[in-house]
Design a protein around this ligand. Structure first.
Ligand code: HEC
Length: 245
């Protein structure tokens, strides 16, 4: 009996440490979507926006399938994918996000790591407007952007002289294709990763190793506000097509 109990414990340990935080919802997807890297690309972006953790696997309250019924979401190489959402607020939020302008742009921005074909979106259900809705408070976002981003970026006329010369201004960032996705995920993009903490999203720092420079600490709500402000910034006229990775 003793041996059996020990054996069971070992199996549990071998399965690896439990995830630090449990997923709020699960989504069942065909394995090629996981293999392509698409799920790993889009799910953290949804979670950042909503603080809802989604895990892709073999079963779940949400499903992406290759046969109707369902809401057409995207296709690749002649295969169409449909989303079937179960009851529930969180599942509905995911459906709205994936079929809305931000989710669509996120899927389109995805480039498979092994080269290969990306995903194209199903035609929108509703006509797409150019300006996605920003839920944040733009005035508060303006103040936050000045305080936190204005250390390096020129945010507006008032802090024109305070930014760091080689750092793109907010007006230049606004003119980049996919600026929404870039802002949404700025904390994971160079050079911010080394000093940025987004509460509940990025791992917190090892307090024994001091960061190279002053930390930038924000919540998801703060980031929503900054994005609402950025949406009001007139994009710089960069003339020729933008050469910016
Ligand atoms: C310590 C300096 C610093 C701070 C603070 C900073 N940034 Fe940046 N950021 C940069 C630099 C430098 C680049 C250009 C990186 C490059 O050219 O690859 C950049 C690029 C960006 C980009 C484009 C990234 C991409 O890959 O497209 C976005 C979006 C951005 N910053 C948003 C922000 C926001 C929002 C804040 C404030 C919450 C902020 N940054 C704070 C230095 C900073």
């Amino acid at each position: 009996m003793h041996h059996l109990a020990l054996f069971v414990v070992l199996i549990v340990l071998a399965a690896g440490p439990a995830p630090a935080q449990q997923a709020d919802i699960r989504i069942a997807v065909p394995s090629e979507l996981v293999d392509s890297g698409l799920m790993q690309y889009i799910l953290p972006r949804f979670s950042l926006k909503t603080a809802i953790r989604v895990e892709a696997g073999k079963d779940g309250a949400l499903q992406i399938v290759t046969e109707p019924p369902g809401t057409p979401v995207f296709s690749r190489g002649g295969t169409n994918y449909y989303l079937r959402a179960a009851q529930g607020d969180k599942a509905a939020r995911f459906r709205d996000w994936l079929t809305g302008p931000i989710g669509r742009r996120t899927v389109e921005a995805f480039v498979p790591a092994e080269g290969g074909q990306g995903f194209t979106m199903a035609p929108p259900e509703k006509p797409e407007t150019d300006a996605p809705d920003f839920v944040g408070d733009a005035a508060r976002g303006h103040a936050l952007a000045r305080e936190h981003c204005g250390r390096c970026h020129v945010v507006d006329e008032a802090n024109r002289m305070r930014g760091i010369g080689s750092t793109p201004s907010f007006a230049v960032l606004r003119a980049l294709p996919g600026w929404v996705v870039r802002f949404e995920s700025f904390y994971a993009r160079n050079p911010h990763g080394a000093y940025t903490v987004i509460e509940g999203v990025t791992p917190s720092f090892d307090i024994t190793s001091p960061p190279p420079i002053a930390r930038l600490e924000l919540t998801l709500d703060d980031l929503d506000d900054i994005m609402a402000y950025a949406a009001t910034v007139p994009p710089a006229d960069l003339g020729a097509p933008i050469q910016y990775q």
